[in-house]
Design a protein around this ligand. Structure first.
Ligand SMILES: [Zn+2]
Length: 468
C-alpha cells in the first residue's frame, strides 16, 4: 500500500501575514516545506482542510542554553547577601560540571518539545559545554554538539547551532576558572569543530553559525581569527555574542579598553545584519544609534533578564532608531513564547509609565506588532527562512485554540491579544507545524510523555551528582 501524499495545503479563516491579519487565506507549500503560495481572500478549494482557529507564524527562539533547563527554578533562594547574576552563575557552573552526553540529549529533547508546545518553531542553540568533566575533548570532539542536533531532529524543531568560543575568564586575558574548564577551546579547535559540523547541519536543514561567548571570554585576536575562519566556511553564517548584559561587565570593559562593550565591538568587528547582540541591555544613546544602523538584531530574553536582575533594555529608543529585535528563552526560567512577549511589553510599561509601548504606527495591536517584529528579527538572527507566512519562507506556523476560554468568539487580532495578555498561563497553542509537518496536535507533542520522563530522570541524576 502506498502512503497518501503528505498534506501541502490548508485554508485559514484568520491568518497573521507579514503585513497584518488577513481573511480566508490559502497556504500552499512544496515537499521541502517551503511556502509556494499565500493567498488571502480566497475561496476554500474542495478537499482542502480548514484550519481550526487563528493561524500565526511560529516564533524563532533566538537564544537557548539547553542544559540550563535542568535547573530552572532551582536557584530561587538567597545564597549571598546581595544575590546577583554572578552568584547564579556559580550555581550554573556546578550543574555544567557533571552533565553527561546522554543527560544533555534528554534535557534538550524535552526542552525542544516544550518549545514547540509553547509556540516556538525553531531555536538558536548557543552551545558552550564542549569538553568532558575533566576539561578534555571527547573521543569525538563534536560529541555534545551531536547530542543537540539529534535532540532537535527527534523533537522536529528547526535549529541554528552556534558553537561557543570561550577562552578567558575576563577582559585582558584572565585565565579561565576551574568551573569554566568544559567550555574552553582554542580558535583552531573551534574552526575544526565548525568544519566537522557543517555537512551534518546542512544534511538536517540546520544552520551553523558561531558564538564568541562575550568580550570577557574571547580576546581580540581570537575574535578576529575565528570570524575569518567562519567567513571562509560560510560567508553569511550568523554570529551571536552575549554583550552588555550586566553593568559590572560594562565597567570592566571600560577599565580594560576605555570603551563600553558595544562601542568596542562596533569599533573592532564587522557587525552587520548577520549579527545578533544578545541582551545588549546597557547601551548608551550613541551605541543604540550605531547598533541599530548596523542592521544587527538585539536578542532580548525578558524572563531570563528579569530572573537574573540584568536591567531593562531601552525599547522606545531602540525602536525609534529603527532597531530590529527578537526573543530568546535563554536560561529557560520560562519556556512560553506568549509569556515572553507579555513580559517584554510589561517591563517597558513599568519603565515608561505608558501602555502599548511596542505597538507601532502600522500595527496598533500590541501583540500583533510584537509577534511580527519578533518573527522577523528571530528569522534574521537564525539565518534561516523562517520569517513568517510568505512565499519562500518555511511553513512554520501555530494555530490557536478557538475554544480556549480566553479566545472563544474573538477574531484573529483579539484572539492573539488574549493569548499573549490574558490566557493566565494556560496555553492556547493548539497545533504547530514546522517545515510543513505537523509536530503538535491538541497542544501535545507525540513524544511528550516519554521525553518528559527521560528529562526528569536526567535531572535527578545531575542533582545527585552535584550533591557530592
Ligand atoms: Zn545566554
Amino acid at each position: 500500500m502506498v502512503d497518501p501524499a503528505p498534506l501541502r495545503c490548508l485554508w485559514a479563516a484568520d491568518a497573521l501575514l507579514p503585513a497584518g491579519w488577513a481573511r480566508d487565506v490559502l497556504l500552499t507549500w512544496n515537499p521541502y516545506g517551503q511556502l509556494t503560495a499565500v493567498t488571502p481572500d480566497s475561496v476554500r478549494p474542495e478537499g482542502v482542510p480548514e484550519v481550526d482557529g487563528p493561524v500565526m507564524p511560529g516564533l524563532p527562539n533566538l537564544h537557548s542554553h539547553a542544559f540550563q533547563r535542568a535547573f530552572a527554578g532551582l536557584t530561587e533562594f538567597r545564597s549571598e547577601q546581595a544575590d546577583s547574576f554572578w552568584s547564579w552563575r556559580a550555581q550554573m557552573y556546578r550543574f555544567a560540571r557533571h552533565i553527561t552526553p546522554g543527560q544533555l540529549e534528554a534535557i534538550a529533547t524535552w526542552l525542544y518539545i516544550e518549545m514547540l508546545e509553547a509556540g516556538y518553531t525553531s531555536v538558536c542553540e548557543f552551545h558552550y559545554v564542549h569538553l568532558d568533566p575533566e576539561g578534555r575533548p571527547y573521543a569525538d570532539d563534536a560529541t555534545l554538539s551531536l547530542c543537540l542536533l539529534r535532540a532537535a531532529k527527534t523533537a522536529g524543531i528547526g535549529l541554528t547551532l552556534l558553537p561557543v568560543l570561550y577562552q578567558t575568564a575576563g577582559f585582558g586575558g584572565t585565565p579561565p576558572a576551574d568551573g569554566q574548564r568544559r567550555f574552553i577551546r582554542s580558535t583552531d579547535a573551534m574552526l575544526r569543530l565548525l568544519e566537522r559540523l557543517k555537512p551534518l547541519c546542512d544534511a538536517q536543514g540546520a544552520r551553523l553559525g558561531l558564538a564568541p561567548h562575550s568580550l570577557r571570554a574571547v580576546p581580540p585576536e581570537s575574535l578576529r581569527e575565528a570570524l575569518a575562519g567562519l567567513q571562509a566556511l560560510d560567508a553569511t553564517a550568523p554570529v551571536h555574542i552575549h554583550i552588555a548584559e550586566q553593568t559590572a561587565e560594562v565597567d570592566a570593559c571600560l577599565a580594560w579598553s576605555g570603551q563600553r562593550p558595544v562601542e568596542w565591538l562596533l569599533n573592532h568587528a564587522p557587525v552587520d545584519a548577520g549579527w545578533c547582540l544578545v541582551h545588549a541591555t546597557h547601551l548608551s544613546a550613541q551605541e543604540i544609534t550605531r547598533t541599530a544602523a548596523s542592521g544587527a538584531v538585539a536578542g532580548l530574553c525578558p524572563s531570563t533578564e528579569a530572573n537574573l536582575g540584568d536591567g531593562l533594555f531601552d525599547m522606545p529608543a531602540w525602536l525609534s532608531a529603527g532597531g530590529r529585535w527578537g526573543l530568546g528563552s535563554d536560561s529557560h526560567a520560562t519556556v512560553n513564547a506568549a509569556e515572553e512577549l507579555m513580559l517584554l511589553e510589561y517591563s517597558q510599561r513599568l519603565q515608561t509609565r505608558q501602555r502599548n509601548v511596542l505597538a507601532t504606527a502600522q500595527q496598533p495591536d500590541t501583540a500583533t506588532a510584537m509577534t511580527l517584529a519578533a518573527v522577523a528579527g528571530g528569522a534574521q538572527a537564525s539565518g534561516r527562512p523562517v520569517g513568517g507566512l510568505a512565499v519562500g519562507q518555511q511553513a512554520d506556523f501555530v494555530t490557536l485554540d478557538p475554544r480556549h476560554l480566553a479566545l472563544d468568539g474573538l477574531d484573529g487580532p483579539d484572539a492573539l491579544s488574549a493569548h499573549v495578555f490574558a490566557s493566565h498561563r494556560t496555553s492556547a497553542v493548539q497545533a504547530v507545524w514546522v517545515c510543513g509537518q505537523q509536530r503538535i496536535s491538541a497542544g501535545r507533542h507525540g513524544l511528550h510523555g516519554s521525553a518528559a520522563q527521560a528529562f526528569v530522570a536526567a535531572r535527578r541524576q545531575i542533582l545527585n551528582q552535584t550533591a557530592d
